[in-house]
Design a protein around this ligand. Sequence first.
Ligand SMILES: [Zn+2]
Length: 465
Amino acid sequence: MKLTFCGGVGEVTGSRHWLRAEGLSLLLDCGLFQGHRGESLDKNRRFLFKPGELDAVLLSHAHIDHSGALPLLAKQGYGKKILCTPATAELCQLMLLDSAHLQEHDAAFFNKIHAKRGLSIAPLYGEAEAKACLGLFEGRAFGETIALSDRVRARFQPAGHVLGSAMTHVEVDTARGRRRIVFTGDLGRRRGLMMDPPHVPSNVDYLLIESTYGDRVHDPVSLVEGQLKDVIDRAVAQQGKILIPSFALERTQEIVFVIEKLRRHGHIPPVPVYIDSPMAVSITDLFNKYKDGFSFAPEFKAYAAKEGDPFGFESLRYVRTSEESKRLNDLPGPMIILSASGMCEGGRILHHLRNNIDKDSTTILIVGYQAEGTLGRRLADGAKKVKIFGLEHEVWARVEVMHTFSAHADKVDLTWFIQSLQPRPRRIFLVHGDPRDRQALAAHLKALGVERLELPEYGDEFELD
Ligand SMILES: [Zn+2]
């Protein structure tokens, strides 16, 4: 058996791991590299394997850094199955098309501003290519055994990260005995808001585990209601708008769920809430469709069964059209607007920011990871002036940052997961984390006596006994 790390090592995007076992060639995830344009473009287009020679793709979850290069894989000759859970397959239908539209939009924008210099780029992929790859998806239930050959089987197990997210198990009958490789994908928290905690697998020989927050301990989710209530109470007192840049998958639904609980228990007044993102609206429909499924925690299911729709209440409005979105500008506060993109790099949130950032009654509530160089990051860092659509705006709005929300395991959760594995794996590969976080987690684990840790780099190949 051979394992080659083709992305998502020493960084948090471009997750791609290539496993060859008993004559089969398998790809675990096929994520998009995101970041500096030139370097990412090259890494996105260049696979370290021949796409046409793969036998199957096993996809952990729908986030673009894990699924976003699948259209490129298909474009370069891959025509076999993309296996994942049914919820992930449905989420990818929305998210890969959205990704294609973004690629097309980005390329058109680049070409427009560089037209005078004669520079132009082609989108990584477009809608037609995304649609072609969507035809290869095949949903498989959690726990179902997927026979890939008479000696190789796969299975998905809940990872607790986002709706449909799975750990991928690959079981191989070799001449030396049975071997099990487990790739955690992104791992959820031991105590999250909605998701069931990750299920700890048994008899793992080789573990590939993420390390995104290998050097951080999150605030407990028990604080989230109180923190959000304080922000809402203050905005209501000032009759202001709360603008929440939010990722369409998971974060939006989590916030709606928390607001719903606060309202139901009378902890906040009935302030209007608008979900101003067509994709978030469609994804919320999928949350409702799958809310009795394996991804969700028993407490969440019990709440939904007892109290009714966790993503709907009287003063909540789902906004689909841009006309409805524009009308929000004319309405007085208080109100809460959740809109994409989550890092304020595009989308409708920019219009809301442009119209409200210079009012001291406005609150901008940052609830997610903000990458270096994004408008969201500048706001979170306390910038007093920012540019939106090329025009400078003074920031009079109050900017609040909540660290309580996270869909990723932290250092404590990752350590718990690894220490729960019995017997200890033959080797543990730390993937999906910036170098500093990954090193810190490795040092922490070593101090606890965890051995046989590997920190692979891009292109590294390992022989598995
Ligand atoms: Zn993820």
